[in-house]
Design a protein around this ligand. Structure first.
Ligand SMILES: [Zn+2]
Length: 86
């Protein structure tokens, strides 16, 4: 099983379940157990696909197809900001 989560810098990462840390390309070492798990998948291929999809959702900006998707994304960002303040 692979866990999908985000770094403080906003990048979406994945790590094999059981791994304690994952190094992000921003240089930060992310503790997996401290992160909110966004999704769980079975295989590495699924994990990399899910990461790709989420990166697109987050960085897609004007590419949102509906207002609802935009709202959901904004909500996610608010949660992230709150988590950073803790
Ligand atoms: Zn990062």
């Amino acid at each position: 099983m692979y866990l999908i989560f985000r770094c403080d810098c906003g990048r979406v990462l994945y790590a094999k379940k059981g791994r304690a840390t994952r190094k992000c390309t921003c240089g930060k070492t992310v503790k997996v157990k401290d992160r909110r798990i966004l999704q769980r998948v079975e295989t590495a291929q699924e994990a990399s696909l899910a990461v790709q999809r989420m990166q697109e959702e987050i960085y897609g900006g004007s590419m949102f197809s509906t207002a609802e998707e935009f709202k959901n994304n904004k909500f996610l960002n608010q949660i992230d900001r709150k988590m950073r303040e803790l």
